[in-house]
Design a protein around this ligand. Structure first.
Ligand code: ADP
Ligand code: MG
Length: 172
């Protein structure tokens, strides 16, 4: 279990502010799909090519909802963002570079991930990955792990840095 830490600073916005913060993680509550998408949009402004985001959580946790908000903000477009459940990868272009939205739920085995060209994406695009556990040994060390936990309509969304990336203060 990850340990909860108390709020360390005043919250400027009641809904999308950390409910807990430490040196290594931020945690945020969202109450609606729109809030989860808005959080994704806010994260987009903090990203640059080479960033890898792992989206963890059960089916229906809100991973694609979060990704849709993020992708809309990255591309600046209001076009539909289809779930990559069947295609495994959808790519997008934005003013600050390419973004890959990946869903590995249907990946046969970890080695098949390399055939998707993911290592190129890790180097030269923003990469968002649903079901990242499927990457096994091919998971990049430097990344942000985002854990989405459903509690009824509420989602507890935690940001944890891995490798050289810091999860804390990511949203400041
Ligand atoms: P995943 O990609 O994790 O399987 P989706 O984003 O496709 O999940 O679906 C999330 C579902 O949960 C949607 O039907 C959405 O309307 C619903 N939902 C309810 N409350 C929330 C919330 N606070 N944030 C995100 N989704 C929510
Ligand atoms: Mg999904």
């Amino acid at each position: 279990m990850r340990k909860s830490t108390p709020l360390k600073r005043a919250a400027p916005c009641a809904t999308l502010s950390p409910v807990a913060q430490s040196e290594s993680r931020d945690a945020i509550l969202t109450k609606t799909p729109a809030e989860t998408a808005a959080l994704g949009a806010r994260v987009a402004s903090r990203l640059s090519v080479g960033d890898v985001l792992f989206l963890h959580g059960p089916l229906g946790a809100g991973k694609t909802t979060f990704a849709r908000g993020l992708i809309g903000a990255w591309t600046g477009s209001t076009e539909d963002v289809p779930s990559p459940t069947y295609t495994l990868v959808q790519t997008y272009e934005g003013p600050r570079g390419q973004l890959w939205h990946v869903d590995l739920y249907r990946l046969d085995d970890a080695d098949a991930a390399l055939e998707l060209g993911l290592e190129d994406a890790f180097a030269s695009a923003v990469t968002l990955i649903e079901w990242p556990e499927r990457l096994g040994p091919h998971a990049p060390r430097d990344r942000i792990d985002i854990f989405l936990q459903p509690r009824g309509e509420i989602r507890l969304i935690e940001f944890v840095g891995a490798g050289g990336r810091k999860g804390a203060h990511f949203l400041d």
